[in-house]
Every structure is written in structure tokens, then in C-alpha cells.
Design a protein around this ligand. Structure first.
Ligand SMILES: [Zn+2]
Length: 387
């Protein structure tokens, strides 16, 4: 295996390489933390990797606390509870540890510990971000344990408004964690089904960024290579969770997807966000199933991009059809269902979700500005599995 250990400084300080979780106390200290609060989800909180991380900080003289009251789709209440725990423990920094839910909640908590306004005042609309009291934010070390959301290099958190039952994006450029540890050893125990779903979420970020009409050639380049890493390593990671090289490159692909989507996302996410909020379905699984239906609906304007991608991946007869067939074959090879009905999305979601998709922040950068009726038509096909 090639040497996987490296330090990268784009888009933030990234410490990549198996085993590097051992450097956690030092990276906390480098950011001025003495009393970090490790924030994770309840499923991870009982695992040795979390107790070892907490103990390694405590053994190094850091007064490290633990907060884990976070739902699969984190809510505004979870963020408020985390802020209360942070203040009760007199903490001075956050270790965001886990999958996308824990990372998003932790980033939002690190923002909210020093604000005088309610969370929803910082929703990513217009110039709301200017309301943030930057001096009140605390530093974050992010440690992803899944390879999918890339939230560790994102400048936003997706938080569910528990009263309105919608997902809202909380944004500030300084929400980007100051230090990221990409340690593939933390991801080897992830079950195959979650590896597949989160890996397809990473692919959806790379693909939607590629298809976004926003002019950002750097992000386009990252989206291409991020897609290639998924092509090369996702099935390997699903088939053998202990394949450290595959796990490492999926963590990198996940980081790249979230970096690329500074260009914006598109219709996969515009549909997945309301579906996740209404039916509590897994975000990555929703994107994985929606992916070919959305690509097909966008076909008229993404053919050139998909042809470039097909060439870069070395697919036979490069063109839109080759790229679509590749997505379908990859999806099937890692046992992703073909229709949303297979994961319990009911037929009557059509007619409700389209209107919400149009309003979702991701809709603005889909290459075609779909109407709510068009979103409902895509959703109807995706529920029934009619491509
Ligand atoms: Zn996503």
C-alpha cells in the first residue's frame, strides 16, 4: 500500500492517514482548547473509539466532556441541549466526532454557544450570516467516522426544525472546522449497508457539484477526481470493510464532494432534504436511489459534463448513457434498492414533496430550474422505480 499519511491545508488543515486519531489531544491544544466537549451520536457514544478518544484527551490533561443526545436527523432542540451542556461544563472548544448528524450538530453547537439570537436566525438565506457574532464561536476539531457527508469540510449544518418539520441549512464561512482528522481505522466497523449509502452520498455531492451551472473550475476538478475515487474504491469498501486503502480513499472522496459543492448541489438534494425531514429516511440512501432519476431529468443540459466524466472514468463509449449505466451498475453492485418504495416512501409523497423541493436551498443550483410539478414527476418515477 502506498503511504497514506499526509497533511493538507486545503480547504482547511487536514491530517490524513490511518491511526492519526492519536494526535487528537495535540490538535485540540494547538487550537487553544483546555476543556473540549466531544460531541457524538448515541450509537457511537458507547463504542471504544469514543471512550478512547475522551480518555486520550483526559490523559493528556484536557478536561474533555461528552455529549451525545443527537437524533439521526439532528434537531434544533438537540443543538439547544448541546449548548446547555457546553456551558454547564465550562468548555472552550468542540470535538465533532461521528457521522454527518453528529458533525452537523457539533458545528451548530460551536456556533451557537456565543450567540444572542435563536438558531433559525442564521438560516442560509440572503445575508443572514452577517448576524453571526464570530467572536462567540469556538474552534472545532472534526473527526468523521463515515465517508459521505463531508461535513468535516463544510461551512454549514443541516438541522431539522422540529416545529415546522423542515430541514434548514445553517451557514457561516467560519463553521468550517479548523482541523480535520481523516483516520480510516475509525470507519472499518461501519456496516456494509451504511458504507454503501454514505458512499453514494459522497458521489451525489461530487456529481451535483459537477452539474451545477455555477462557474468554479477548481470545484469542478475536485468533483471529477472525487467521483473517480468513488468509482475505484466504494465497492471495495462495501465488500470488505477492513480494506484500509479503500476506506481511506472513500474518506478523501467524501471530503472532496463537500469541497466541490461550494458550487452548490441540485435536485437530488432538493428532494432528499424534504423526504428526510418528512419520513426520517437516511439521507445517503435517499440520494443513492434518487441519483439516476435526477441525472436523466437533467440529461438535456448535462450531457457534455457526463461525457467528460465518462472519459475520465475510462468508461466504454463515453457519453451520457455510459455515465448513467455506470451509476446504475455501481448502485446495484452495492445492493442499493432501485425505488424509494423499497425504503418505505409512500406514493402520497408525490404532490407534497415537489413544492418543498422547489423551496430547498439546493434547488437553486440544479442545472434546470424544475417546477414543483417536475419535481413531483421525478419523485413519482423514483418511488415506483420507473427509469
Ligand atoms: Zn448529501
Amino acid at each position: 500500500m502506498t503511504n497514506l499519511t499526509a497533511n493538507w491545508n486545503y480547504p482547511t488543515a487536514i491530517k490524513a492517514g490511518p491511526g492519526r486519531i492519536r494526535e487528537l489531544p495535540q490538535h485540540c491544544r494547538d487550537l487553544g482548547m483546555h476543556r473540549p466537549l466531544l460531541i457524538t451520536d448515541p450509537g457511537l457514544a458507547g463504542l471504544p473509539m469514543v471512550s478512547q478518544a475522551v480518555q486520550s484527551c483526559q490523559g493528556d490533561g484536557l478536561a474533555c466532556g461528552l455529549f451525545s443526545h443527537i437524533k439521526g436527523n439532528p434537531t434544533g432542540q438537540n443543538v439547544s441541549d448541546g449548548v446547555a451542556a457546553f456551558q454547564a461544563g465550562g468548555h472552550d472548544g468542540v470535538i465533532a466526532f461521528g457521522g454527518g448528524s453528529a458533525l452537523d450538530a457539533a458545528k451548530a453547537i460551536a456556533l451557537m454557544v456565543g450567540q444572542g439570537r435563536p438558531l433559525w436566525d442564521f438560516e442560509d438565506i440572503g445575508d443572514n450570516y452577517t448576524r453571526v457574532n464570530v467572536a462567540g464561536m469556538v474552534p472545532v476539531v472534526a473527526v468523521p467516522t463515515t465517508a459521505g457527508t463531508g461535513s468535516e469540510v463544510g461551512r454549514a449544518s443541516v438541522i431539522t426544525d422540529d416545529h415546522a418539520h423542515v430541514k434548514r441549512i445553517i451557514f457561516h464561512a467560519r463553521m468550517l472546522p479548523a482541523t480535520v482528522i481523516l483516520d480510516a481505522e475509525l470507519t472499518t466497523a461501519l456496516p456494509a449497508r451504511l458504507t454503501a449509502a454514505t458512499g453514494m452520498d459522497a458521489l451525489s455531492h461530487n456529481l451535483e457539484a459537477l452539474c451545477s451551472p455555477v462557474h468554479h473550475p477548481m470545484a469542478t476538478g475536485i468533483g471529477m477526481e472525487g467521483s473517480r475515487l468513488v468509482h475505484e474504491y466504494l465497492k471495495r469498501a462495501v465488500d470488505d470493510g477492513t480494506d484500509l486503502e479503500a476506506r481511506h480513499f472513500m474518506l478523501v472522496a467524501s471530503c472532496m464532494g463537500a469541497t466541490a459543492f461550494q458550487k452548490g448541489l441540485g435536485a437530488m438534494h432538493a428532494l432528499a432534504h424534504p423526504l428526510g425531514a418528512l419520513y426520517d429516511a437516511h439521507h445517503g440512501m435517499l440520494n443513492a436511489i434518487l441519483m439516476p432519476y435526477v441525472l436523466k431529468a437533467n440529461q438535456a443540459v448535462i450531457s457534455d459534463t457526463m461525457t467528460l466524466l465518462a472519459r475520465y472514468l475510462g468508461l466504454p463509449n463515453p457519453g451520457f448513457a455510459a455515465a448513467l449505466d455506470w451509476v446504475l451498475a455501481l448502485r446495484e453492485s452495492i445492493h442499493i434498492p432501485h425505488g424509494l418504495a423499497d425504503i418505505g416512501i409512500p406514493a402520497d409523497a408525490v404532490g407534497k414533496v415537489g413544492a418543498l423541493a422547489v423551496l430547498d436551498g439546493s434547488a437553486a443550483t440544479n442545472p434546470i430550474p424544475f417546477t414543483s410539478a417536475q419535481y413531483d414527476a421525478i419523485l413519482s418515477d423514483a418511488i415506483q422505480g420507473t427509469l
